[in-house]
Design a protein around this ligand. Structure first.
Ligand code: NAD
Ligand code: LMR
Length: 328
């Protein structure tokens, strides 16, 4: 039997957790031959609900689930011990009328202890994906509190934005989502993000050649993707959960699978200064993976329109970094 992969999920009793952990346990992420041990981390008041999730997992009798470890947030090291992946979902979601950045003072402090415990207890090959908002800056906080964990191990999730943008383009062009490639999200997972239709391809052609309505691309397309999270909160009374869990699964798969030639995926990673993004910021880029680490894909052209969008989202990330300077 293969050595099990240990995957920690914080906030496992929450909405996203409930849509996520059964899919990881079932083998959908790491494959049907790869055993997984799930590590659940929750705040003490949620431990009862977490027991319920655990009972339901047992009742699924997944052959790939090789064990469950539960820990509360007072014992983070137990939760993250020897974990190869830490999926940081646990945090407070925004409500109607809020921006994700409004959560920075509530959720930011969670990520100091998270970073420290990952450094102390996780496996030497640990990879971390931050989902809890504002995810770019929460990831920055965790990474800066775990200086011994290499900077290429840290991701904040913009795959949900990529999936949203891909669907919008496919619907407009009347093609299957699989025909859309290189749909990159740049910058922050926020209302300033830049969904880069100029470099996206549809059926191998430039999206701007396939979709002639450029006013839509520059206007409604971008704002629909930027504001989709808020639209879901307005409609559902709660933030996206199934689509967020699905995107997290896509994100982890994109990390562990070598990226096919010519393709890219979006995630926010520690900038090396590429495309003029300040070094050290956690900003979304087009990435390729070799199954272990990522590279920022080079050669994406940015015209004046795109440069202005990228500048705006990077400026917001800089501002968020200043706001949490005491946590870094
Ligand atoms: P939720 O309230 O349903 O669940 C959050 C869970 O986290 C709860 O069970 C809660 O007990 C737990 N929790 C709270 N503080 C914690 C801590 N310090 N450590 C561990 N667990 C803790 O919320 P949700 O809908 O699952 O959303 C979780 C987060 O994900 C929110 O911040 C939300 O904004 C964010 N989110 C991000 C994306 C993205 O694309 N990056 C998408 C959707 C949601
Ligand atoms: C999303 O994009 O759906 C999440 O970040 C939740 C939110 O607050 O919008």
């Amino acid at each position: 039997m293969k050595t099990p992969i240990r995957v920690a999920v914080t906030g496992a009793a929450g909405q996203i957790g409930y849509a996520l952990v059964f899919r990881i346990a079932s083998g959908q992420v790491f494959g049907p031959d790869q055993p997984v041990i799930l590590h659940f981390v929750e705040i003490p008041p949620a431990l009862g609900a977490l027991d319920g999730v655990h009972m339901e997992l047992d009742d699924c009798a997944f052959p790939t689930l090789a064990g469950v470890v539960k820990a509360d947030t007072d014992h983070l090291n137990d939760g993250f011990r020897d974990c190869n992946f830490v999926l940081c979902v646990g945090s407070v979601p925004r409500g109607k009328g809020m921006e994700r950045g409004d959560l920075i003072k509530i959720n930011g402090p969670i990520f100091t202890n998270t970073g420290k415990a990952i450094q102390e207890a996780a496996a030497s090959d640990v990879r971390v994906v931050v989902v809890g908002n504002p995810c770019n800056t929460n990831c920055l906080i965790a990474m800066n509190n775990a200086k011994d964990v290499p900077s290429d191990r840290w991701y904040a999730m913009t795959m949900l934005d990529q999936n949203r943008a891909t669907s919008q383009l496919a619907n407009k062009a009347g093609v299957a989502v699989a025909d859309v490639q290189n749909m990159t999200i740049w910058g922050n997972h926020s209302a300033t993000q830049y969904p880069d239709f100029f470099n996206a391809k549809i059926g191998g052609k430039a999206a701007t050649d396939v979709i002639s309505d450029h006013d839509w691309l520059k206007g409604d397309f971008i704002s629909t993707v930027q504001k989709r999270g808020a639209a879901i909160i307005e409609a559902r009374g709660a933030s996206s959960a199934a689509s967020a869990a699905n995107a997290l699964i896509d994100n982890v798969k994109a990390i562990v699978t070598p990226t096919p030639a010519g393709e890219t995926f979006s995630a926010a990673v520690c900038s090396d200064g590429s495309y003029g993004v300040d070094e050290g910021l956690i900003s979304s880029f087009p990435l390729t993976s070799d199954g272990k680490t990522w590279k920022i894909a080079q050669g994406f052209d940015h015209n004046e329109f795109a440069k202005a969008k990228l500048d705006a989202t990077v400026a917001e990330l800089r501002g968020e970094r200043e706001t949490v300077a005491d946590l870094l």
